[in-house]
Design a protein around this ligand. Structure first.
Ligand code: NAD
Ligand code: ZN
Ligand code: ZN
Length: 344
């Protein structure tokens, strides 16, 4: 089968690999029909994610059809149409019982990281009963694949951890797919202002169409511009959706007294925390690896037409064009790209 493999920092290739096989009774093999690329895959390729070793098949987002199940799988059967969650969860360990699936002792974020991932024609899914979701009838695969990672991540790590409330002021630093997913789901809570910050003008225009009340081009001093827009006060919630020191520092500089910085970005370098200024500001800083506990709820909001994640999709590729898909997503500003989907 064809698979996209991480070879070394800065190096990837589309290669032939043997089909995955069942390794545990609770595994399923899924024939991938739609997958996509995440900002996290770009971090892996930069060398930011040491748990992902060279030789790994990348990807943690997919929709597909079950090809084969182990003897311990009771919920799903071959032929079932399923959403693959980016988080694998046993459902039984201490963390799973607390709803913190991201820290499952035999799962968590392992797909396309510690085990081979979804940017391939077939993928092995551990703990299949508790890591797959049935695709509701009538929903397009490319809408559903946005629920593997970006919608639960934007919502859980950004909106829920950031305590977005009716009437509050929110800034989302980073208007990539994750920042835009936070923008879509923040609107469940009717904040008064959502200010979107990014150097990419095209992504800011998209943010304006998707409900941002104001946009700031993160080319000069973005924090100063956000403070100006909020009468010098700052924001109640600053969602960091980039994963570089500059964007986290922007959040430190715009959070209002009593506010929350909700970090979403995957960081590969240390960041300065300015406690000499923030110690007296009654702020909260949260971090989170997405748990995907809200996936069933988010599926219902998509099914009910409350949000339409397909508007995040700008480019479509076939499996044999996977490298072109990376090229397009990796140079998003030049290509006016948001989310790219790859179909069989
Ligand atoms: N915590 C989690 O569980 C989790 C899950 C998925 C993704 N992530 C992370 O979320 C982040 C965003 O993912 P994505 O897919 O949207 O990535 P992306 O690379 O597509 O988007 C990042 C955006 O940030 C913008 N940007 C760069 N520097 C900036 C700055 N200084 N200020 C403002 N904007 C800036 C870029 O122009 C781009 O639009 C990544 O770090 C990704 O690894 C975290
Ligand atoms: Zn991801
Ligand atoms: Zn577990």
């Amino acid at each position: 089968m064809k698979a996209l493999v991480y070879q070394a920092p800065g190096k990837k290739a589309l290669v032939e690999r043997p089909m995955p096989e069942l390794e545990a009774a609770t595994d399923a093999i899924v024939k991938v029909s739609t997958t996509t690329i995440c900002g996290t895959d770009l971090h892996i390729l930069k060398g930011d994610v040491p748990t992902c070793a060279p030789g790994r098949i990348l990807g943690h987002e997919a929709v597909g059809v079950i090809e084969e199940v182990g003897t311990g799988v009771t919920v799903f059967r071959p032929g079932d149409h399923v959403l693959v969650s980016c988080i694998s969860a046993c459902g039984r360990c201490e963390y799973c019982r607390r709803g913190m699936y991201s820290h499952c002792t035999t799962g968590g974020w392992i797909l396309g990281n510690a085990i081979d991932g979804t940017q391939a024609e077939y993928v092995r899914i551990p703990h299949a009963d508790t890591s797959l979701y049935r695709v509701p009838d009538g929903l397009a695969e490319e809408a559903v694949v946005m629920l593997s990672d970006i919608l639960p991540t934007g919502f859980e790590c950004g909106v829920l951890n950031g305590k977005v409330e009716p009437g509050s002021t929110v800034a989302i630093v980073g208007a990539g797919p994750i920042g835009l997913a936070a923008l879509l789901t923040a609107q469940f809570y009717a904040p008064a202002e959502i200010i979107m910050v990014d150097p990419d003008e095209n992504r800011l225009r998209a943010a304006g169409r998707f409900g941002a009340t104001k946009t700031v081009a993160a080319t000069g001093n973005a924090a100063e511009a956000v403070l100006k827009l909020t009468g010098g006060r700052g924001v109640d919630t600053a969602i960091e959706a980039v994963g570089v020191p500059a964007s986290f520092i922007t959040c430190e500089n715009i959070v209002a007294p009593g506010g929350t910085i909700a970090n979403v970005g995957v960081h590969g370098a240390k960041v300065d925390l300015h406690l000499e200024r923030l110690w007296s500001q009654n702020i909260t800083i949260t971090t989170r690896l997405v748990d995907t506990v809200t996936t069933p709820m988010l599926l219902k909001t998509v099914q009910g037409g409350r949000i339409d994640p397909t508007k995040l999709i700008t480019h479509r590729f076939r499996f044999d064009q996977m490298l072109d898909a990376y090229e397009t997503f990796g140079h998003a500003a030049t290509n006016q790209a948001l989310k790219v989907v790859i179909k069989r």
